[in-house]
Ligand binder design. Structure first.
Ligand SMILES: C[S@@+](CC[C@H](N)C(=O)[O-])C[C@H]1O[C@@H](n2cnc3c(N)ncnc32)[C@H](O)[C@@H]1O
Length: 222
């Protein structure tokens, strides 16, 4: 069985521009997502919803540090949505520069809608999909259902904001429906992170599942 190793990374992007963190409810999941990439070693990682890049660059950092053969794609219009509000080009310009400076060759920014990006990926090709777009129930359900065919056998789908009720957020509702059908793990902190295994599991899932009570507590405090 593969071992889970907790690392102590330096997240280089935050030293280039601290705004990568300031607007993100995601920061409490940086250490876990970093360790997940080092453990799971996906060939293809795709993120739907990147904004300032806290989640995307945390995972890119793991690819860089581990010299992994992972291709990373961030999909976003970089104009905002009904929950983030509209924002200007400074966001895209900044993270585009971080991507090419710190994580060249393997990090790619696709400035388009999630629907338009679908045709760029083969069915069954994405080992790790992170869904963090517009958080209304209908929107996140659409994102999940349209991208699920792209997920590889034994692939993982991450959902941010599973703990947020109110404000028009509905990820919690979709998450409840999916966890009734598929193996899953979850964090409640930092707006909640769901880890779904909708295409089967391997011994890597067993490793995580067996240690989950301990890991859940550990990463809630990092
Ligand atoms: C919650 S933010 C992402 C936060 C980010 N993962 C982080 O670590 O802070 C959601 C992003 O999704 C983008 N977005 C929402 N719906 C989209 C769609 N259908 N197509 C492309 N981008 C979308 C918005 O522009 C916004 O930047």
């Amino acid at each position: 069985m593969t071992d889970w190793n907790p690392f102590s990374p330096t997240f280089e992007y935050e030293h280039i521009d601290a705004r990568t963190l300031q607007h993100s409810a995601w920061v409490g999941h940086r250490r876990f997502s970093y360790d997940l990439i080092r453990f799971y070693r996906p060939r293809l990682f795709v993120e739907l919803g990147t904004h300032w890049g806290a989640s995307f660059f945390s995972m890119c950092q793991a690819v860089k540090d581990g010299a992994l053969p992972t291709s990373c794609y961030a999909v976003d219009t970089w104009v905002g949505d009904g929950h983030t509000g509209q924002y200007n080009n400074e966001v895209y310009d900044t993270i585009s520069s971080i991507s090419s400076t710190l994580y060249p060759h393997f990090s790619h920014l696709l400035r388009t809608t999630f629907d338009e990006a679908l045709e760029q990926f083969e069915d069954g090709s994405i080992d790790l999909l992170h869904i963090d777009g517009f958080h209304q129930y209908e929107a996140v359900k659409h994102d999940y259902e349209t991208w699920l065919p792209k997920v590889a056998p034994n692939g993982i789908v991450l959902f941010h904001d599973i703990s947020i009720h109110g404000f028009g957020f509905g990820v919690w509702k979709l998450w409840g429906e999916l966890t009734a059908q598929y193996p899953s793990l979850e964090f409640a902190h930092s707006a909640g992170l769901g880890i779904l295994f909708p295409k089967g599991t391997t011994d890597q899932y067993d490793t995580l599942h067996l240690q989950w009570a301990e890991l859940r507590q550990k990463y809630a405090n990092t």
